[in-house]
Design a protein around this ligand. Structure first.
Ligand SMILES: Nc1ncnc2c1ncn2[C@@H]1O[C@H](COP(=O)(O)OP(=O)(O)O)[C@@H](O)[C@H]1O
Ligand SMILES: [Mg+2]
Length: 356
């Protein structure tokens, strides 16, 4: 089997979890490579925390396995090796709850010792970690005086206090203000620069798209996509291009112009006769063209407009809007069935080619 691949540090194999009759996680197959950030993206209730709890051995899979690299080789997580395998992982799962009367120093000491971090080095390590969060001044203050963002930073600090190679963070920035979110995001990138492998969940697309090397989208317990952002986009074959013309159309000529632009572009962009592929936003005076994402066509669209003497003063291909579309597409109920089928087919092909 391919589990000898040296780069893989975690491997989910048909990982599944049922609560009674309810299938919360269904046949997850994901390989995580050393040093990468995997964004685990899905709407609330999709099964993210359940998956992460199975990694932390807080929940047992009803089917499937989790393999984690221990001493050089991947090992199936089970009762007899969980302590040693999980010592190399830092977990922050759901909101950490701390007693209000303790200080960061006490909390971090507790977790460092729990994870067997060398006693002699604990104090230095605590200071080093708090320093990276700019929280040294708070080292002996009581948690009850902390803001939500500060508590979350202490939660992350306690997850990584023993300096693990793998870090699992479940919605680390949810509910935080933009400043705290940015600090946590920078901290995650900093961990990656130190060679750590990071498995990061969020229900917010932009939070994982900013940092993740690859994104696994989970919906109703199933992985509906797993790839780099760029590949997800080009596979999805849908891009938006925003265009502002030098001469903004007057109300009474708008319909005619829209019709004309449709006429000249339709041979090149290969879209259906659904007219929504071209829109005009009167507020910001921007034309929005939905096309199949091929960069060649992006050029053709612009050239064609120019050839017909539309003067373009600005154009852009907004990344966020595009990604949002993709995420909504993949997690909306109608499409899910189709994608499930597609994904199962791909999975089957993969399995077959693995056997050969
Ligand atoms: N202990 C449990 N018992 C029953 N159902 C659960 C339990 N934990 C989670 N669920 C259900 O499983 C689904 C996935 O939950 P969860 O993994 O927490 O989603 P996410 O973290 O993606 O928001 C949800 O529908 C949730 O209600
Ligand atoms: Mg959750």
């Amino acid at each position: 089997m391919k589990i000898n691949n040296d780069n893989i540090i975690i491997s989910f194999k048909n990982l599944s979890k049922k609560f009674g009759d309810f299938q919360a996680v269904s046949n997850i197959n994901i390989d995580i490579k050393r040093g990468e950030i995997i964004g685990f993206l899905g709407p609330n209730g999709a099964g993210k925390s359940t998956t992460m709890k199975m990694m932390a051995y807080l929940l047992k899979p009803t089917k499937g396995e989790i393999w984690i690299r221990g001493n050089g080789k991947l090992e199936k997580l089970s009762n007899h090796n969980k302590d040693y395998l999980l010592n190399n992982i830092g977990f922050l799962i759901e909101n950490p709850a701390f007693y209000g009367n303790v200080s960061p120093r006490m909390i971090l000491k507790y977790f460092a010792e729990l994870k067997g971090y060398p006693k002699k080095k604990v104090n230095q390590r605590i200071e080093e970690v708090l320093e990276t969060f700019g929280m040294m001044n708070w080292i002996d203050k009581k948690i009850k005086t902390f803001s939500k963002g500060m508590r979350q930073k202490i939660g992350i600090a306690s997850a990584i206090i023993h300096n693990p190679d793998i870090v699992v963070l479940d919605e680390p920035t949810t509910g935080l203000d933009p400043q705290a979110r940015r600090e946590i995001r920078d901290f995650i990138l900093n961990l990656k620069n130190k060679g750590k492998t990071i498995f990061l969940s969020s229900h917010l697309l932009y939070e994982v798209s900013e940092v993740a090397d690859r994104i696994a989208i989970i919906n109703r317990g199933k992985i509906v996509a797993f790839d780099t952002l760029d590949n997800l986009e080009s596979k999805n074959q849908k891009s938006i291009i925003n265009i502002e013309l030098l001469n903004h159309p007057e109300d009474n000529e708008l319909d005619r112009i829209l019709e004309h632009i449709r006429e000249i572009l339709i041979p090149f962009i290969g879209v259906s006769d659904d007219l929504n592929w071209l829109n005009y936003n009167k507020d910001n005076k921007i034309f929005q063209v939905l096309f199949n994402g091929d960069p060649k066509n992006q050029l053709i669209i612009l050239k064609t407009l120019l050839r017909h003497e539309y003067e373009i003063i600005e154009f852009s291909v907004p990344k966020a809007g595009l990604l949002e579309n993709l995420f909504i597409d993949l997690t909306s109920s109608e499409k899910t069935q189709y994608l499930d089928k597609k994904f199962d087919e791909n999975q089957k092909l993969k399995e077959i080619s693995m056997e050969v």
